[in-house]
Design a protein around this ligand. Sequence first.
Ligand SMILES: Cc1ncc(COP(=O)(O)O)c(C=O)c1O
Length: 362
Amino acid sequence: MPLYRKRLRLVRGEGIYVWDSEGNRYLDLIAGIGVNVLGHSHPEWVLEMGKQMEKLVTAGPMFDHDEKYEMLEELSHWVDYEYVYMGNSGTEAVEAAIKFARLVTGREEIVAMRNAFHGRTLGSLSATWKPKYRDGFGPLLPGFKHVPFNDSEAVKDAVSEKTAAVIFEPIQGEGGVVPAKDEFVKTLRDVTEDKGALLIADEVQSGLRTGSFLAVEHYGVRPDIVTMGKGVGNGFPVSLTLTDLEVPRGKHGSTFGGNPLACRAVATTLRILRRERLVEKAGRKFVNFSGEHVVKTRGRGLMMGIVMKRPAGNYVRALQEKGILVNTAGTRVIRLLPPLVIEEGKLLEVREEVEGVLNDYL
Ligand SMILES: Cc1ncc(COP(=O)(O)O)c(C=O)c1O
């Protein structure tokens, strides 16, 4: 919070831009922290949501509705998991994943990664690594241990017949936009299979952005459970937990989860993404930023982290003053999660502008 001394009051958004209360326009390269994949106020999305609000907003989890089937039909174009649990936030998707893993395996232990971020409710927080998020909320859930990310040997040592699941982000987001190594993800799959444990890929941040629906697809690995959130509803709060595991009906649930409006949000967002091939195109939009103060650019597609030699907070503020919104991930990383509708030509302009600011600011 103290990072943003002058906190912007945003009043309006359109496409890749937002406006503040003083009428200034900003290029939004963070999109609600990776949420607005279609850009702000996408006309078709707004129209569909409006129509749905006039028709039916809520139904209660004990009832069926057409929107659920439309959403499932759309989802079937992207993934082939048998079941989906719908929640309202990324952390709820992770809570569900942890509960399902424990229930189905009858085991307690969860192996997570150092520097991981999985959310702030107590279960997800127990899998989250950084003390800044955890301290003061203890005792957290028992049975969690953390191993160094991208360290295959450490995972082999940590996973046993007591392990219910290993949870990881294919690209660590809050941890500094750090992609998992190929061999590491393959080891996660092999080790979990070998010990009868489950593999959970947390795609809340990496989903939709890397050129495929799930970032884990690039590794040729199929997790047992996948969590998604952020962009899947283009701003409507909704999350998905995908799996083939059979969890008895009624064992987990939520008042708002899977309501008609949420299903409409997901169905509409995914339909537009598919029609415009925006997920596929995102894979080709990665920008390699460079400059005197830049160490390197990490990530994949439209999930980018510019690693700086110095703390990133000052650069984030300098960019904001020039009308460009980004944020930090870890101390030295500037994070960009632009709307997927951003054009390649615009990104080249952006690169020049951003590099200019990074070079000027000492
Ligand atoms: C990988 C990952 N998992 C879970 C979450 C939690 O999502 P939410 O903030 O919607 O609860 C986040 C949020 O940044 C995330 O990046």
